[in-house]
Design a protein around this ligand. Structure first.
Ligand SMILES: [Zn+2]
Length: 174
């Protein structure tokens, strides 16, 4: 079973002449691997969140990137030993080597799910955790496709960790 911890709760608000936004960042521990999801674009917050976990940028094995927007990916490069699991043709980058990723690359408790809609190549994770509950990361502009992707995640997960904003529990109808 894997563990998920929200390190930074993402935010997005309009400012006078633009936006103030950075993504939610999670730490997933899966077997012996440490995975960071969407490192975002706030360097100070990211470094202090890692410090709180007693981690340095060199401790991270994988960085998962959900999609190509700068508020989710700008800081990806600070993890000097990590491999990057990305939306870009579903590739894993290891320095200058890029290969199609194996679906179990983040270990069997972390499933990579295609969730198009916000952008066509969007990916999310569904994580099996010890309390038998799943967590997922998703964000939602193809509304029709986006709604289908959200339905898919809502069926799979008990908790949703969105790209910006608070984690919430999925209400299941049965
Ligand atoms: Zn985006």
């Amino acid at each position: 079973m894997a563990k998920v911890k929200v390190l930074i709760e993402g935010y997005a608000k309009e400012s006078e002449n633009g936006w103030i936004a950075s993504s939610t960042t999670c730490l997933i521990i899966s077997d012996d691997k440490k995975i960071i999801t969407d490192p975002g674009c706030n360097r100070e917050k990211l470094l202090s969140a890692l410090k709180k976990e007693d981690l340095t940028t060199g401790d991270i094995d994988y960085v998962f990137l959900s999609h190509c927007h700068p508020d989710h990916i700008l800081l990806a490069g600070i993890f000097e030993k990590a491999k990057f699991v990305t939306f870009d043709g579903n590739l894993v980058y290891d320095n200058d080597l890029s290969l199609k990723f194996d679906k179990d690359i983040l270990r069997k408790d972390v499933e990579i799910v295609e969730t198009p809609g916000h952008v066509i190549e969007h990916l999310s994770l569904v994580v099996n955790t010890s309390d038998g509950k799943d967590h997922a990361q998703a964000k939602g502009m193809d509304m029709k496709v986006l709604i289908e992707s959200r339905k898919k995640l809502l069926e799979k997960a008990d908790f949703i960790i969105p790209g910006h904003g608070k984690m919430f529990k999925v209400k299941k109808l049965d």
